[in-house]
Design a protein around this ligand. Structure first.
Ligand code: EPU
Length: 420
């Protein structure tokens, strides 16, 4: 497993191109199996998770072609079985359930894997499929769903922590081919869900209310092919913005969508960061002084859980005591122990982390535990004095396109150490 060696203390400066959004492209690729026609997806990031999704589509009988940032998928014929060996690699693979059920009226999909960030139940996915008339059971580690036909229905998809992103995606995809009208209440409003909805409408679906908590879907008989460009990755964008500020540099994001990043931009501004928005570019730099902030992660448009870890590293460099409360996933604090290894002072009180700043961090060997935790550790390594070695960085390759070369271009002293 590769590791990353970082020599800290160099400010990040310059421009970075933001890639297509991982969490938008995965359900969009899954949605291509709703149609026999070819679909051309552009602005696809080169990521391990995208490769895994293409492998899953191939295993289901589709053909996929990756040419640079364009992926073409044609699912002329589809099988109804998604195997454990591929699905276990990431949570995103769960979103083949809805399209398979819609197309074949039956689907057997392994329970998914993904980052270890808390329990990740599938009850809302199940509820959504049942609301459309399917029978669903979990047996021998597989979700098995079947229906004589899918019929539009009403469903409320609110769970313990609010709406569900992939659950909404599955419900939307299955409902596109159901007979009649489906209403999804308490739907997720994340930009990635909106992007999936736009793709589905491009291929002939009739979805109204995208970006709001109520989605109305009028089922159609069949869907066609289309071209679609994936939205930029707001989480990658936030990660580079925070990395720039933490290292006392100035980073300009090219191609990011500020309208998708309002909560992050507001919190950074509140803590004293200067955010400049002009000519399609967003620039972040420190103002006169930084100060502590309090943050609670929430469903969109609230502060995203996927930026909680990176923000915690920021808080270690902000004078005063900051509190960050995680409301989406109950165990998403695995980075805390590793940040402490670098010298951070953080205590956990239930769902909250209390972060004491400013801490002088110093390099050490640490271990990446999940995707966003790994990003937080990379940022910490760039401020820490001396050398930090981050082991098990395969998580980063799942979600950050060309991370090391993008960081190097911004001036970071980063080296990938390859291991077999
Ligand atoms: N939940 C349920 N029942 C369900 C599904 C979810 O109770 O059937 C709960 C979860 O346990 C959690 C909450 O609902 O407490 C929200 O989970 P959600 O279903 O929205 O998460 P997800 O769809 O599995 C996606 C992203 C995650 C991101 C979350 C929240 C993808 C592939 N994954 O996961 O991204 O953190 O939404 O925004 O889109 C990442 O990119 O690092 C990542 C983990």
């Amino acid at each position: 497993m590769d590791s990353l060696e970082i020599k800290g203390g160099t400010p990040l400066n310059g421009e970075v191109q933001i890639s297509g959004a991982k969490n938008a492209v995965l359900p969009i690729l899954a949605a291509t199996i709703l149609t026999r026609e070819p679909c051309i997806i552009r602005n696809v990031p080169e990521l391990a998770d995208v490769k895994t999704m293409c492998q899953i589509l191939e295993s289901l009988g589709a053909t996929t072609k990756i040419e640079g940032k364009t992926v073409t998928v044609q699912a002329a014929k589809v099988r109804d079985f998604a195997d454990y060996d591929l699905v276990r690699k990431m949570r995103g693979s769960l979103c083949v359930l809805g399209p398979l059920l819609a197309r074949l009226k039956k689907a057997t999909v392994s329970m998914p894997g993904g980052c270890v960030i808390g329990t990740r139940p599938v009850d809302l996915h199940r509820k959504a499929m049942e609301a459309l008339g399917a029978r669903v059971k979990v047996e021998n580690g597989y979700i098995i769903a079947s229906a004589r036909k899918l019929t539009g229905g009403e469903m409320f998809l609110g769970g313990r922590a609010g709406p569900t992103v992939l659950g909404t995606a599955n419900a939307m995809m299955a409902a596109t081919l159901a007979e009649g009208i489906t209403v999804i209440e308490h739907a997720a409003c994340e930009p990635e869900v909106v992007d999936l909805g736009k793709f589905l409408n491009n291929i002939g679906a009739q979805i109204q209310g995208l970006g709001s908590p109520t989605l109305t879907i009028t089922g159609v008989k069949e869907l066609g092919g289309a071209e679609h460009e994936v939205i930029p990755d707001r989480i990658e964008a936030a990660t580079y913005a925070i990395a720039g500020v933490v290292t006392k540099g100035e980073v300009t994001l090219k191609g990011a969508r500020p309208d998708h990043m309002k909560a992050v931009i507001e919190k950074l501004r509140e803590s004293g960061v200067k955010v400049d928005q002009s000519k399609g570019k967003l620039t972040f730099k420190r103002g006169r002084g930084l100060h502590s902030v309090h943050i609670t992660t929430l469903p969109h448009p609230g502060f995203p859980t996927d930026v909680q870890a990176q923000m915690m590293t920021f808080m270690t460099q902000t004078p005063g005591i900051s509190v960050i409360t995680e409301r989406i996933f109950e165990s998403r604090f695995t980075h805390v122990q590793e940040l402490e290894r670098l010298g951070a002072e953080i205590s956990i009180e239930g769902p909250s982390a209390i972060v004491h700043g400013v801490q002088k961090l110093s390099g050490a060997t640490i271990m990446a535990s999940d995707l966003r935790a790994s990003a937080a550790l990379v940022i910490a390594g760039m401020v820490a004095k001396g050398t930090t070695r981050i082991n098990r960085i395969y998580h980063l390759d799942r979600g950050y396109e060309n991370l090391d070369s993008k960081l190097k271009k911004l001036g970071a002293k980063v080296k990938r150490v390859r291991q077999n």
